[in-house]
Design a protein around this ligand. Structure first.
Ligand code: AHG
Ligand code: MN
Ligand code: MN
Length: 283
């Protein structure tokens, strides 16, 4: 697994370079979910595929930007599911974006089979967070010559101050609206950039809060994809001492997608806000 983590650092540096130097415009293609692909979505996917191909432990890869699973090493042990560039819609306005990785046991693509998760933040500084089950997530920041140095592990407090509500407000359910309003009326502040990586990173580093992406009238199953967005962050939130649930109150890590691009409503937070979510939703 350590070899994989080392390769994630290489991936982070290469994608960071591409974001800083390459064309930020759209390609003429769409991905499996029907999103217009940026040239950078495709370039980031290519970088990850080529680096992971060289890692014997990796049997197969599943990308947000690929229709199907791709086998890379027949004798490998893990399937890595990834979102090469999260936040494609905010690249053009120069906000922080990210990459997300879920490392699954091959043959067990579910919350239960998820062995480790990681994300990269391409912000003013390059950062990497890696989590394995049962240990506080490790946090790295890149400095001189692109070297990553280790920072304090990530530990959530019981209660935070930030509220990050996703989705189109016009299509929220009355229940969801009252959850969001109940936190604001208690002094929570809005923090939402439109990129789940920087938005969740902010909640993790500031000690807590709630990030929600509910099922809405226009997207009843939410927007965020299980294998390479929701489940990896669920592992990271639980490892940091928080919780990650779906709209029925199930742990996201108890879910098992039936299709590789399946989405789920999701709620990530510190304990106080998740208890509030359960109460308002009647769970
Ligand atoms: P991607 O760029 O990989 O398609 O993902 C974008 C996701 C996620 O980062 C973010 O939280 C969400 O889309 C924002 O969606 P809304 O604009 O609907 O809030
Ligand atoms: Mn994404
Ligand atoms: Mn993406």
């Amino acid at each position: 697994m350590l070899t994989i983590f080392e390769r994630l650092k290489q991936i982070a540096r290469e994608i960071d370079k591409a974001i800083k130097n390459e064309d930020l415009g759209y390609s003429s293609k769409q991905n499996a979910t029907g999103d217009e692909q940026l040239k950078l979505d495709i370039a980031s996917d290519f970088i990850i595929e080529h680096i992971l191909r060289d890692v014997a432990l990796v049997k197969s890869i599943i990308s947000e930007e690929k229709e199907d699973i791709m086998e890379v090493n027949p004798d490998g042990k893990y399937t890595i599911c990834y979102d090469p560039l999260d936040g494609s819609s905010i690249v053009d306005v120069n906000l922080s974006v990210g990459s997300i990785f879920g490392i699954y046991e091959t043959g067990n693509l579910s919350g239960d089979g998820l062995r480790a998760a990681a994300y990269v933040v391409y912000g003013p500084r390059l950062e990497l967070v890696i989590a394995v089950r049962g240990k506080h997530p490790r946090h790295y920041r890149s400095g001189a010559r692109g070297l990553f140095s280790s920072r304090a592990p990530i530990v959530l407090k019981e209660k935070g101050k930030l509220n990050a509500p996703g989705g189109t407000q016009q299509y929220w359910s009355p229940t969801h609206r009252s959850l969001v309003e109940s936190l604001f009326s208690e002094g929570y502040r809005l923090r939402y950039s439109g990129g789940m990586v920087p938005d969740l990173h902010q909640i993790l580093l500031k000690g807590g809060g709630l990030f929600s992406y509910p099922g809405t009238q226009d997207r009843p199953y939410g927007k965020l994809r299980m294998l390479f967005e929701a489940l990896p962050f669920a592992l990271i939130f639980e490892a940091a001492g928080g919780q990650a649930l779906d709209e029925e109150g199930n742990r996201l890590l108890d879910l098992c997608p039936t299709k590789i691009h399946e989405t789920t409503p999701c709620f990530f937070g510190s304990n106080y806000e998740i208890e509030r979510f359960k109460k308002v939703y009647g769970l």
